[in-house]
Design a protein around this ligand. Structure first.
Ligand SMILES: Cc1cc2nc3c(=O)[nH]c(=O)nc-3n(C[C@H](O)[C@H](O)[C@H](O)COP(=O)(O)OP(=O)(O)OC[C@H]3O[C@@H](n4cnc5c(N)ncnc54)[C@H](O)[C@@H]3O)c2cc1C
Length: 642
């Protein structure tokens, strides 16, 4: 094919074999250790202070390494993880409802539509249990039930109740826990904190990741930091679509720059579209708001049975409502996984049965729950989410159903990492949403927090030592040609962005890119649409570099400049996302190719041809390295939630 070339296959060299239950133990035992005195001689850079980066930096500091931590916010505790609402999964089985490590593993492999590695997912399920203990010990105020045990609720794709939560603010409470641990290490002098500092490039010296080039976002100064290893915990890239539930600052620059320096990018087309978001209200909008999946525990999703029904929701009698998720998927009902619920919502709206302005919405109705449990109980569980909804829409969800529609929410793709969370650049580790590791083609709700904290508190601190045991590595400084080249590339790029001095704002380009991506690489993809996107994106990118207007200078706070650099990287990433989506002619999880569906409209995988991770090398055209997936425990089947 013309849009990519085939490269050599890639393997996860660190993945252990043998009984799956003991793989993680055996890898930990096999990994080299660094003795405490030597840890003091080693420096690790951790970019990102969300749940993944915050927990990693705190733990590495506690272990005795010298840590340098970076984030672009004014405080590490303002990382996007703070927005997480619904909860975090763990196979504790407090409910005695049949949960186990194996079941969490099974649900996650199946939920990911058989495009994740079994070894990784099993380890994630094992560690889930330790995460809850760790966070409780830190004082994270998880909800408790009457008997005093931690309470749980249900999330999509599972028939057991395994999601631990702190009202609708789970991310915030978990992040405060990680932040406390980080702050302790900052105070102890083990972690050097650099807020309002943006990584703009990775420094690779003699084939190893040895540092980063950063810009001080207040003074504009460009400088370098060096270390024996670099960890990227820089979050997801859903904002390539412009409108998403992500914080406005979320971007791809750190991982995209690392990709350009040799790190393979895996499965970039796997995007999660979340079914329960407040619908888009107009062109002026710059951000979408999630209504947590936890609401589907009690909220019932419906649309009128007949298209064009303009009556107010409460005037539509019960017999004229279609609770379509309960009808089509009776065993999981409203708690089908996100990819399935999103497509079903799109489908009923495409049929003309959508509600609200433009017909792009479905109801999420709590009337039954309020009748059954009482308003006070519903308020206790979801009060802050209801309040948020009311403030944004002006409608009272205790009185009328919420209106919701799918929106971009999470990116399963990311930098390729092995079982040790090491990228293809030696010394570069990638954790949290920034890597591709555990969710396959679709992430189950409440699994991102679990993965971020598993990576940061438990996996990386054990595996990074295997690499660092060969350090400390030779000292590098700014005089080194590869360092000087990286710095001058960053400076030249900033200068180039400022020099264009065109007539279109950065946001106008970003919004247009988002439209292209949503239209052609969104909830449903076709060969024709993706080919069209691959014509439109390069043309828009070329126009960007001709017409973008970045006011101000590089010598101080300049948010347009920050955004311009990020949007320039989104253009390049978006093209790769479309290439990845185009080459994968099957449907799987969040990647729905219209040409590949079952007669009843469900995603149709092609295991014979596509049971692999697509790991892309930066080149023109991009080079595809396939990592074959094998399933010894969960047999790939047509995913059914009926
Ligand atoms: C609204 C919302 C609700 C969610 N609710 C849930 C939930 O209930 N349960 C669940 O499991 N998941 C949930 N998720 C997903 C989950 O919150 C994220 O996947 C997860 O928090 C990502 O954590 P992270 O540590 O990988 O990255 P982030 O929290 O995004 O942190 C990224 C960090 O990297 C830094 N950074 C990025 N780029 C640079 C750069 N170039 N230079 C310097 N620093 C940089 C940022 O400053 C930040 O500190 C939700 C997501 C959203 C959007």
């Amino acid at each position: 094919m013309d849009f990519y070339v085939e490269g050599t296959p890639i393997r996860d060299e660190k993945a252990p074999d043998g009984p799956i239950e003991t793989r993680w133990d055996r890898r930990r035992f096999g990994a080299k250790l660094v003795n405490p005195a030597n840890k003091r001689k080693l420096t690790v850079i951790v970019v990102g202070t969300g749940l993944a980066g915050g927990s990693a930096a705190a733990t590495l500091g506690e272990l005795g390494y010298n840590v340098k931590s970076f984030c672009y916010q004014d405080s590490p505790r303002r990382a996007h993880s703070i927005a997480a609402q619904g909860g975090i999964n763990a196979a504790k089985n407090y409910r005695n409802d049949g949960d186990s490590v194996y079941r969490l593993f099974y649900d996650t492999v199946k939920g990911g539509d058989f495009r994740a590695r079994e070894s990784n997912v099993y380890r994630l399920a094992q560690i889930s249990v330790e995460i809850i203990d760790q966070c409780v010990a830190q004082g994270v105020p998880f909800a408790r039930e009457y008997g005093g045990l931690l309470d749980t609720r249900s999330f999509g794709g599972a028939q057991v109740s395994r999601t631990f939560y702190a009202r609708g603010q789970t991310g915030q409470q978990l992040l405060l826990g990680a932040y406390q641990a980080l702050a302790r290490q900052i105070a102890a002098g083990r972690v050097e904190m650099h807020p309002r500092t943006e990584m703009l490039d990775l420094i690779v010296v003699d084939g190893r990741a040895r540092g980063i080039v950063v810009r001080d976002m207040v003074t504009g100064e460009v400088s370098t930091h060096f270390a024996d290893a670099v960890v990227l915990a820089t979050g997801g890239y859903g904002n390539a679509f412009y409108l998403s539930t992500n914080a406005k600052g979320c971007n791809t620059t750190a991982i995209w720059r690392a990709h350009r320096r040799g790190a393979l990018m895996a499965n970039p087309c796997y995007t999660q579209i979340h079914p329960t978001c407040i619908p888009v209200s107009g062109e002026h909008q710059s951000k979408l708001t999630l209504m947590s999946e936890s609401l589907r525990n009690d909220g019932r999703v419906w649309v009128p049975k007949v298209g064009g029904d303009a009556r107010a929701a409460n005037d539509v009698p019960e017999s004229e409502r279609d609770y379509y998720l309960e009808r089509i998927y009776p065993s999981f009902g409203n708690l089908v996984p996100r990819d399935i619920a999103s497509r079903a919502a799109k489908h009923v709206c495409d049929e003309g049965r959508g509600v609200g302005p433009g017909g792009l919405g479905v109801y999420l109705d709590f009337a039954d729950a309020i009748r059954r449990l009482g308003r006070a109980a519903v308020e206790a569980k979801y009060g802050n989410l209801f309040e948020m909804y009311q403030r944004i829409t002006g409608e009272d969800p205790y009185e009328v159903p919420m209106r919701i529609y799918p929106a971009v929410h999470y990116t399963m793709g990311g930098l390729w990492v092995d079982y040790d969370l090491r990228s293809t650049v030696p010394g570069l580790f990638v954790i949290g949403e920034a890597n591709f590791s555990d969710h396959g083609a679709n992430r189950l709700g409440a699994s991102a927090l679990m993965q971020g904290l598993a990576d940061g508190y438990f996996v990386l601190p054990n595996t990074i030592g295997d690499y660092l045991a060969d350090g400390p590595f030779e000292t590098v400084d700014t005089a080194h040609p590869e360092v000087a080249a990286a710095v001058s590339e960053v400076v030249d790029r900033i200068t180039a962005l400022l020099l264009v001095n065109g007539d279109r704002t950065v946001d106008s380009f970003h919004r247009e890119l988002g439209h292209i991506m949503w239209e052609h690489c969104g909830m449903e993809r076709t060969e024709e649409g993706l080919r069209k996107a691959l014509e439109l994106i390069p043309a828009l990118r070329e126009e960007f570099w001709r017409r973008v207007k970045v006011p101000g200078s590089g010598e101080g706070l300049n948010q347009s400049l920050e955004k311009a650099g990020r949007v320039a990287d989104f253009f390049e990433l978006a093209e790769l996302m479309c290439v990845d989506a185009l080459h994968r002619t099957e449907s799987c999880g969040g990647h729905f190719r219209a040409e590949s569906q079952t007669p009843d409209g469900e995603a149709m995988r092609d295991d014979a041809d596509f049971s692999y991770v697509a790991a892309w090398e930066y080149a023109t055209p991009p080079v595809l390295h396939r990592e074959q997936l094998t399933f010894d425990h969960v047999e790939p089947t047509q995913r059914s939630y009926k």
